[in-house]
Design a protein around this ligand. Structure first.
Ligand SMILES: [Zn+2]
Ligand SMILES: [Zn+2]
Ligand SMILES: [Zn+2]
Length: 334
């Protein structure tokens, strides 16, 4: 079992997962520019279902057995999970060297049976299917009282940490709340104490008024380059309706979100030649009472630059592209 360790000075958490070292080297060495629609040795291709752990969810329009071909989307546990589903959460919190048992869930959501289809090529229906499956898994994981947070993220391209060609989105549910989200919540709470409003709702108002950093605006969503973007072409997608968690945006959110997300990813794809990026959902931790002042959003972080000593050492980022110019360029491709 892995161990989650906390650094005393920064309160930052790290999962020490030695099991992951066993990851087969052939998976890590998959070529980046793979043009095949199917790959014989890909664990995420139809016909290779036996290469993954048994599925926990799948969509098969034509019916069919579990763990057999014929699916449009499949969710399976990660073969080399960062956290294990079984066991109790035990917090070891002496004066020093705090750690928590590595209990949680690590699932892989295989977005499409097509080996080489990138996220921008899923189409609105494909993206909606991914969001629907995520919502189902969130609903399931949310029942587990041991869990504090569900991380939903997509690594696209090798520089973004993806070792596989075949599109997977990942879900890692943790027994701790992540530092990044906690910091956002703390700051949002401070703002709410002072001004009695949500800082993210105010950001939406300010960005719509300014207009120059807006990539696209729909009835329900705003995609924009943050004023203080850390990365070139850092892009956020945020719902106009205030909600602390994605599920709180209402029943009709899936299709509009899929539409806005596809349009945003396609703009990045077309403008920048299919860049590598990390896409992360930020929402309130489970059973957290921050719904008045926290506001869920998706951050897309293109990996066009490398975080180096200054960024890693100070947490201060150097971005070489003006967000206003990045937005103008992306708008040409929407
Ligand atoms: Zn494949
Ligand atoms: Zn808000
Ligand atoms: Zn965030």
């Amino acid at each position: 079992m892995s161990e989650i360790r906390q650094d005393e000075a920064t309160k930052r958490w790290v999962i020490i997962a030695t099991e992951r070292a066993k990851r087969p080297s052939d998976m890590a060495a998959a070529p980046t520019a793979d043009q095949q629609e199917r790959a014989p040795d890909c664990p995420f291709c139809p016909g290779n279902e036996h290469m993954t752990p048994p599925e926990v969810l799948a969509y098969r329009d034509g019916g069919g057995r579990a763990d057999s071909p014929g699916w449009q989307l499949r969710v399976v546990p990660n073969r080399f999970p960062a956290l294990s589903p079984a066991g109790e959460v035990e917090v070891h919190d002496p004066q020093w060297f705090t750690n928590v048992t590595g209990v949680g869930a690590h699932e892989v959501l295989i977005e499409t049976p097509v080996h080489n289809a990138g996220p921008a090529e899923l189409g609105v229906d494909g993206a909606a299917r991914v969001l629907e499956a995520a919502a189902e898994r969130f609903e399931h994981l949310r029942q587990d009282p041991r869990l504090r947070y569900i991380a939903f993220f997509r690594n696209h391209g090798r520089p973004a940490g993806s070792s596989l060609t075949h599109p997977p989105t990942q879900i890692i549910a943790t027994p701790i709340a992540p530092t990044n989200v906690r910091q956002e919540i703390e700051e949002a709470r401070r703002y709410c104490d002072d001004r009695m409003s949500c800082v993210y709702c105010e950001t939406i108002r300010q960005e719509v008024t300014a207009g120059e950093r807006v990539v696209l605006e729909t009835d329900h969503f705003l995609a924009f380059e943050p004023y203080a973007s850390r990365w070139p072409f850092e892009t956020w997608l945020i719902p106009k309706a205030h909600a602390a968690v994605l599920e709180g945006a209402g029943a009709g959110y899936l299709q509009p979100l899929a539409g806005a997300l596809q349009a945003t990813l396609k703009a990045l794809h077309d403008a920048l030649g299919d860049p590598a990026y990390n896409l992360v959902l930020h929402e309130a931790p489970l059973r957290d009472s921050c719904e008045d002042y926290y506001h869920w959003h998706i951050e897309i972080l293109p990996r066009l630059a490398t975080a180096a000593g200054f960024e890693l050492g100070t947490g201060i980022w150097i971005n070489s592209v003006l967000p206003e110019q990045a937005a103008a360029y992306l708008r040409e491709h929407v």
